[in-house]
Design a protein around this ligand. Structure first.
Ligand code: ZN
Length: 260
């Protein structure tokens, strides 16, 4: 089943009242559910310089009950940048339409380029190469960049590529390039994401890609987990962030539905 048929099936399921025995159901055995989310944990990589990005305060903890207060930086762990994060007029969390968060998935693979150059920034030429192989990126698609950086998640200094021999310390990790971000926005993408710390490369002098995405009301996923199980096209992405009123982003559980 292709993604569009799947979406229409999901939509039908929502509007057609379910009858008793014999009612049609979605056959999820035909799909693999892939988790693209890192655990949120105190020892996860935090943006250099950020203090106390995550901890749980115990309200109650016994053999029979548990309750904690969640203290969390919106931009820690696998999270979404709401457009407001980088643009004054952008959507905050509660205003992002669902069709930006549940969408056909396209994966651009630059693992080889990033392995050779940790400052690699996606180029328009690389997007065009992807389109020649897999077809033009459709309006409304969610586009994820696979750099391979999730494998450094448990070694934060390597994940951020921190160079402390210079002041202030420099960062080195791959992500989107400025012209590539502009091209993807011109294609009408609904959502972008990357398996590295930021939609701007670590060595970027400013957060220009953030500004382009925020200004175009394109939400972004950062710190995605391993994308290796995803096909270049044909899967469905579901990325549902916390719905805090006025939030500039927040923790998100990201799952892909991949046809078997
Ligand atoms: Zn962020």
């Amino acid at each position: 089943m292709n993604t569009l048929r799947l979406l229409s099936t999901l939509a039908l399921t929502l509007v057609v009242p379910v009858r008793a025995a014999g009612a049609q159901t979605i056959d999820l055995s035909r799909f693999a559910l892939v988790d693209l989310t890192h655990e949120i944990a105190h020892d996860g990589p935090a943006w250099p310089g950020s203090r106390d990005p995550f901890h749980l305060d115990t309200i109650a903890a016994s053999a029979t009950t548990a309750m904690f207060r969640l203290n969390l930086n919106e931009h820690f762990g696998t999270h979404m940048d709401a457009p407001r994060h980088a643009a004054g007029s952008g959507w905050t969390n509660e205003n992002i339409p669902l069709n930006r968060l549940v969408a056909p998935l396209i994966v651009i693979d630059v693992r080889a380029q990033a392995a050779d150059n940790r400052d690699y920034a996606l180029t328009p030429a690389e997007i065009e190469t992807h389109e020649r192989r897999h077809g033009r990126i459709a309006r409304g698609a969610a586009v994820l960049l696979r750099t391979g950086w999730a494998r450094y998640w448990s070694t934060p200094a390597r994940y951020f590529g921190e160079d402390r021999t210079v002041q202030p310390p420099k960062l080195h990790f791959p992500s989107f390039g400025i012209e590539a971000a502009k091209l993807l926005v011109s294609r009408g993408v609904g959502l972008l994401g990357v398996d590295s710390p930021s939609t701007d490369i670590g060595a970027a002098p400013s957060f220009a890609v953030h500004g382009i995405l925020g200004g175009a009301n394109v939400p972004a996923l950062e710190n995605l987990a391993d994308l290796d199980a995803l096909p270049a096209t044909g899967a469905l992405l579901m990325a549902l962030p916390i719905k805090t009123r006025g939030g500039s982003g927040g923790p998100v559980r990201v799952v892909a539905l991949v046809p078997r």
